[in-house]
Design a protein around this ligand. Structure first.
Ligand code: ADP
Ligand code: ZN
Ligand code: ZN
Length: 728
């Protein structure tokens, strides 16, 4: 007779395997809360996993290892709503639960560290300091600081406001034993904001009231407002009300939108310190911010995509600025969409979400059209600024000078003579996208990818897909001809064209080559100031702080986006055009927008220019409905790559076999990826489609588990992308 099986703990480990792992509990330990971190042996390693539940061992438990330690004996690091939302995400995005849970924590906590001390230091005069203060020389820095501290204890921010060199002065006082410190939790009391709000327009006021009416329950508002219409003012007013109710607010912004200026603007206008989460922070700083939110010591968090996992013990409001932005979708590993995750989380938290954009995604618009979201609009630019005038420049038959047409150069000249600034935008860095032999048609392709290499400078070829570099050949490798000509213009070439045409005007190029670090774009803008000047660059220019003297925006070529095979290309291009155009003429001066194209009659362009984004979006939605594309159907993409084509084909063929024959779900045959070879690896994909989301989900769940066990899967790298934003 065998003994009854021992109790085991089911643990989720941060591994890409779709299962839980059984461990024996530590001797004498009682069950922790679901989600508590535990340290466990795994092979030769130790891993930090998450306690899921207690169960009984399937076998007699002899072979099971034991949990080393419970790291969160008192409480789970996840609140209930987040816990449930992460379970939803693991199942919806087909990702191992342990992996998903780990992604939601900052790295130090993932690695098992305790939440950091969030208290901050306050300095005050010691007994000796109070005695010695009158003896310090009047007018000296130490005396001034001692006098300041005699008024009460101060933290670093308070001291910095008093004396920019406070650290060294403080050290002087400290070495003489005149000061002491104590640690206190940061205060979360409301204070007077440093800058007052403008009087809201009628439309803004209506929007704020509508959002206020949603407080305390799950509801979604789409705030559709043209660029510069004052959406941020609406967010700020809504956040203020949320704070006044004693609640926390979370603001998500696209990667490119979280500038120091944006953080400053929120900070000046809100009655609490504003915390930010972005890629420029150290792991320790991220862990601290996370913990401040968890303890309710931070009340407002503004951050990029992954901030959506921040703790919200006293939730009040989630704002998603530029909700259409593609950077909300994680493009590798755990491929979640931060907007969609935020909506699921808000539903469980019972709080409202505000989705803001000048160019809402068609998914969001469709919800608004069906009445599932409240649809709030701001039609006018704030402060009386007029919408810019749009000129379409027909490039057919025009002679271009390094990518610029004569009429555009003239318009830029006139703008500069008026004492204003102009910006030329091109979504391609480098000198020229192609190096072509004029005699035989040879062009420089990357040896590792199926793509042309970009010419940088006069003689460097760089592949933008795999980073491969080589010198440009002096003569054509095929025919020996010397007529190698750069085709098309990247930002470098446009920079040269502008420098030639306007040699005496300050000119700044903004792209990945010239711009490193988070504040770099701002620094470029600051360097230009308000004087007449020129900016040229990639979409890094599309956002950033307002340039009141910028009145002309030119897009050097919009043709790439007009004929892409991706069904979302039109939407993307329209959003980009509107976004870039929105940079012109934000203050009192009227703006102008110049679009260079070989396809001036393209319907997308015509609709967009003559009738605006809403009409464009209506037309595009009608087409999507016709073709049964999202938001009228749901997609998933199985991507795979392998060193050998045969391995790739075997895997995709088997996967296709598994994906077929499910009710209401269509699995298209395997296809080469649009770039069939990248960095020397062969790439293919399988598109899966359904008009019924639950059917697609059920099918993906079984597919995901089956794929893991396939022998064919060993020779390929594969991933499932649910609701892909990039089909290619
Ligand atoms: P959006 O977020 O829609 O692009 P912003 O909120 O940044 O617009 O507003 C654009 C500019 O107009 C900012 O300089 C802002 O301070 C100003 N602004 C916004 N609302 C008002 C208002 N009601 N009165 C005066 N100026 C305003
Ligand atoms: Zn040739
Ligand atoms: Zn390459």
């Amino acid at each position: 007779m065998s003994a009854s099986p021992p109790p085991v703990w089911r643990i989720a480990l941060p591994l890409p395997l779709p299962r839980l792992f059984d461990y024996l509990p530590p001797i004498g330990a009682s069950c922790p809360a679901a989600g508590a971190r535990v340290r466990v042996p795994f092979g030769q390693r130790t891993l930090v996993g998450f306690f899921i539940e207690e169960g009984t061992a399937a076998v007699d438990g002899v072979a099971l290892k034991r949990v080393d330690a419970v790291l969160d004996p008192d409480a789970s690091p996840f609140d209930t709503a987040l816990w449930l939302s992460l379970h939803w995400a693991a199942s919806y995005y087909q990702r191992a639960l342990g992996d998903v849970l780990a992604s939601a924590l900052p790295i130090p906590l993932r690695q098992g560290e305790a939440p950091p001390d969030t208290r901050i230091a306050y300095w005050y005069l010691s007994e000796a300091g109070r005695t010695a203060r009158p003896t310090l020389r009047v007018g000296s820095r130490p005396r001034a600081l001692a006098d300041f501290l005699a008024g009460g204890e101060r933290d670093a921010a308070g001291l910095a406001g008093f004396d920019p060199k406070w650290r060294s002065t403080l050290r002087t006082l400290d070495t003489r034993g005149l000061i002491q410190t104590r640690l206190r939790p940061p205060g979360a009391q409301l204070s007077e904001p440093r800058r007052a709000a403008p009087a809201l327009s009628v439309e803004q006021g209506t929007a704020v009231q509508a959002i206020e009416a949603m407080a305390g329950r799950f509801d979604v508002a789409l705030l559709e407002g043209v660029t510069g219409s004052g959406k941020t003012e609406v967010y700020l007013a809504a956040i203020e009300q949320c704070l006044a109710r004693g609640r926390q607010a979370l603001v998500l912004v696209p990667e490119i939108g979280l500038t120091p200026q944006a953080i400053r603007r929120y900070g000046e206008r809100l009655p609490v310190p504003v915390h930010a989460l972005h890629s420029g922070l150290s792991d320790a700083e991220r862990a601290r911010t996370h913990t401040l939110m968890a303890r309710g010591e931070a009340r407002v968090l503004i951050g990029t995509r992954s901030a959506v996992f921040s703790p919200l013990p006293e939730p009040g409001l989630i704002v998603i600025d530029e909700e259409h932005d593609a950077s909300y979708k994680q493009q590798d590993g755990f491929r979640y969409h931060a907007r969609d995750f935020a909506l699921m989380r808000a539903k469980r938290l019972g709080i409202p979400v505000v989705l803001g954009s000048a160019t809402p995604s068609l998914e969001t618009l469709q919800h608004a059209r069906q009445g599932r979201y409240r649809w709030l609009t701001l039609r006018e630019r704030a402060g009386g600024a007029k919408p810019p005038r749009v000129h379409v420049l027909d490039l057919r038959g025009q002679r271009l000078t390094h990518g610029l047409s004569r009429p555009l150069i003239d318009a830029i000249g006139a703008c500069l003579r008026r004492g204003e600034q102009a910006m030329v935008f091109r979504n391609r860095r480098g000198y020229a996208p192609v190096l072509l032999c004029h005699d035989c048609g040879w062009h420089a392709d990357c040896p590792r990818c199926d793509r042309a290499m970009t010419l940088h400078g006069r003689n460097r070829l760089i592949c933008h897909h795999c980073g491969h570099r080589k010198p440009a050949p002096p003569a054509c490798p095929d025919c020996g001809g010397l007529a190698l000509v750069p085709q098309g213009a990247g930002t470098e070439r446009l920079e040269q064209a502008l420098a030639d045409a306007f040699p005496d005007v300050p000119l700044v190029r903004v792209d990945r080559e010239t711009t490193h670090g988070r504040d770099a774009v701002e620094k470029h803008f600051d360097a230009l100031g308000d004087a007449p000047g020129l900016l040229v660059g990639t979409q890094m220019l599309a956002k950033g702080h307002d340039l009141p003297n910028l009145t002309l925006v030119a897009i050097a070529s919009i043709d790439d986006g007009l004929f892409s095979a991706d069904f979302r290309a039109g939407e993307r291009l329209a959003q980009l055009l509107i976004q870039v155009a929105g940079r012109a003429g934000r203050a009192q001066k009227p703006g102008e927008v110049w679009l260079q194209t070989h396809h001036p009659d393209h319907p997308l362009l015509q609709t967009l220019i003559t009738r605006g984004y809403p009409s464009f979006a209506e037309a595009e939605l009608a087409q999507r409905a016709e073709a049964q594309f999202p938001p009228f159907s749901y997609l998933a993409l199985l991507r795979a790559e392998a060193t050998h084509e045969a391995a790739l084909k075997d895997f995709l063929a088997t996967a296709h076999g598994l994906a077929r024959g499910h009710d209401q779900v269509q699995a298209h045959p395997p296809m080469p990826a649009p770039m069939p070879r990248r960095a020397g690896r062969m790439r293919g994909q399988l598109l899966i489609e359904s008009s019924h989301r639950p059917a697609l989900q059920a099918m993906l769940r079984s597919l995901f588990v089956q794929l893991h066990d396939l022998p064919e899967a060993r020779k390929v790298r594969w991933s499932l992308d649910v609701d892909p934003v990039d089909l290619y």
